[in-house]
Design a protein around this ligand. Structure first.
Ligand SMILES: O=C(CO)[C@@H](O)[C@H](O)[C@H](O)CO
Ligand SMILES: [Mn+2]
Length: 289
């Protein structure tokens, strides 16, 4: 098991440059950095080559996260939007592959966060989502990339809220590089049991996010980490565990994640780093790896 952190822990915008964080997370002892793919198409080939080299030099593996915008929604009822989504993903995956990234996770099958002022068509969105993911799966596979479909809580997305729904979706897609992704923050809201949810995903679990119930770093709250660790061991999970803490207010990240109070306890960057380092030690101890 490898351990990583989403660089957005330190940032306010998904568009923030992720290159400088490769060295930082290596120094903190992580194996992996997760970067936001939302704006990767704005990076030049030279930028991407430099980041790839920095990852090699620092012994860091990259993974990618994305919350597709409404205009790039693979499950939209509007065929023009679905086509735009497909084109966006093909360009994004092509650039993601330039960083040797093998895993991209998030609400790839939909958009994020969902606008609930509009009527919800779960059945239709799910069916179009299966088709949309099926339609980009081989393209991703040819680049060696797994598409990890994140199960989110009801307030952020309606298509997949439980591990069981995630498994059924992935089975309907039926492509070996399309996997289920779970996140302890969302599981805490939706699942009856953390252990059962992880065991339900079993061999289909392709990526795993961790965070407390208020998205502080793992170890600061009341997620049953021992149960989570036992279940990950039980299914012989050998993938990446990426902590995804969101503790800062402000910017698009603060607003998308609904961070309306400072959860850093006034931490400066050095204290933020120390919290990440301590949480990594906690995660390795309790989850393994
Ligand atoms: O858990 C979440 C959101 O609550 C994330 O994984 C998100 O979908 C993605 O990271 C956006 O970049
Ligand atoms: Mn997540």
């Amino acid at each position: 098991m490898k351990h990583g952190i989403y660089y957005s822990y330190w940032e306010h915008e998904w568009s923030a440059k992720f290159g400088p964080y490769v060295e930082k997370v290596a120094k903190l002892g992580f194996d992996v950095i997760e970067v936001a793919a939302h704006h990767i198409n704005e990076y030049s080939d030279a930028d991407l080559a430099a980041i790839k080299q920095s990852a090699r030099d620092n012994g860091i593996i990259l993974t990618a996260g994305i919350g597709p915008s409404r205009a790039k929604n693979l499950s939209s009822p509007d065929s023009t939007v679905r086509a735009a989504g497909k084109a966006f993903f093909e360009q994004t995956l092509t650039n993601v592959a330039k960083l040797d990234i093998k895993t991209i996770g998030g609400a790839l099958h939909s958009y994020w966060p969902v606008d609930y002022t509009q009527p919800v068509d779960k059945v239709g969105d799910r069916a179009r989502g299966v088709e949309g993911i099926y339609g980009i799966a081989d393209f991703a596979n040819d680049l060696g990339i797994n598409l990890c479909i994140e199960v989110l809580n009801r307030f952020e997305n309606h298509v997949l809220n439980t591990a069981a729904e995630g498994v059924a979706f992935v089975n309907d897609v039926g492509k070996s590089n399309v996997k289920v992704m779970l996140d302890t923050f969302h599981m805490n809201i939706e699942e009856d049991s953390f252990g059962d949810a992880i065991r339900t995903a079993g061999p289909l679990l392709g990526h795993f996010h961790t965070g407390e119930s208020n998205r502080r770093v793992p170890g600061k709250g009341r997620i049953p980490w021992h149960e989570v660790g036992l279940a990950l061991r039980k299914i012989h999970y050998t993938g990446v565990v990426v902590m995804e803490p969101f503790v800062k207010t402000g910017g698009t990240i603060g607003s998308d994640i609904r961070v309306w109070r400072d959860l850093t306890d006034g931490a400066d960057e050095a204290k933020m780093d120390e919290d990440a380092r301590n949480s990594l030690a906690f995660s390795r101890f309790v989850l393994g790896g």
